[in-house]
Design a protein around this ligand. Structure first.
Ligand code: DHB
Ligand code: FE
Length: 279
């Protein structure tokens, strides 16, 4: 039977990918950020999953503002890096896992989560920057990936509560897959950030730290946070944190923190990262 072995949360700031791709990771602005992921890289070498269900958002890269699915699952064989305006990132193609993707699709739609089925999908920094942070610059990504895109671009995004429940349903779907597979669920985006407008550059360290603490200590409080609270406290793009709640929901009622990293700033953004295990 497939089982969820761990959850990983991380910001997905595109400039981090550009720093790596352009050989600038050792520069003083960037070195502390990559340092914060060293523990996880070592841990992943020993706790490598077969498949990652990678919860991220598309930033109008594959989808345009003409079509904005609330939840979308990538069922293709492979996913190419998206061209986000400067050409596609020079990273490997992301290989999917079609049998598990279809099991998830059948189970989740059966449970009344109306996912959009995506059979052709290019993946942007929301998905590829976390892979780079965890695995560096390999010839091929060492895991299969099932992309699960959440709308945080066009109001209204789904609620944090809905995202948490989706995570719980993902856990049931994974448990219904007969093959022995180790599956991790990753949630990306956040932490506090606002990219435009009067409050551009808004960072709320107290909110971010509280969010990190509550992932293990009080997830019930996190699932009740509404969009307005996210935007007021964490900035307009801070609402990306709802994707962490999908990951957290998938781990079950209790989870243990294995590693935490928090750093300000990368670009204009607070970088947060945590590795969790079901307890
Ligand atoms: C930026 C973009 C993002 O999607 C994000 O989550 C954080 C930062 C940026 O453009 O700086
Ligand atoms: Fe983003």
């Amino acid at each position: 039977m497939a089982r969820i072995t761990a959850g990983i949360a991380t910001s997905h700031v595109p400039a981090i990918g550009a720093a790596l791709d352009n050989g600038r990771a050792a520069e003083p602005d960037w070195a502390p950020i990559f340092q914060g992921y060293q523990w996880t890289r070592r841990w992943l070498a020993e706790h490598r999953p077969d498949v990652v269900v990678l919860v991220y958002n598309d930033h109008a890269s594959n989808f345009s503002m003409e079509v904005v699915p609330t939840f979308a699952i990538g069922c293709a064989e492979a996913f190419a890096p998206a061209d986000e305006g400067w050409g596609p990132r020079p990273v490997p193609v992301v290989m999917g896992h079609q049998p598990l993707a279809w099991r998830l699709t059948e189970s989740l739609i059966g449970e009344e989560f109306d996912l959009t089925i995506v059979n052709r999908l290019d993946v942007d920094h929301g998905l590829t920057v976390p892979l780079s942070l965890m695995f560096g610059q390999p010839e091929a990504w060492p895991v299969r990936v099932i992309p699960l895109a959440v709308n945080v671009i066009q109001h209204p995004p789904p609620s944090g509560e809905r995202c948490y429940k989706l995570g719980e349903a993902i856990a049931r779907a994974v448990a219904s897959f007969p093959e022995d597979l180790k599956v991790q669920v990753w949630g990306t985006g956040g932490m506090s950030h606002q990219l435009t407008g009067e409050r551009a550059g808004h960072i709320n360290q107290a909110f971010d730290t509280g969010f990190l603490d509550k992932l293990t200590q009080d997830p019930e409080a996190l699932r009740r946070i509404g969009h307005k609270e996210f935007i007021v406290e964490a900035g307009s793009e801070g609402v990306e944190l709802i994707m962490w709640l999908v990951m957290r929901g998938a781990l079950g009622p209790k989870a243990r923190e294995l590693h935490r990293f928090y750093h300000v700033p990368a670009s204009n953004t607070a970088v947060g990262h945590m590795v969790l295990e079901p307890a």
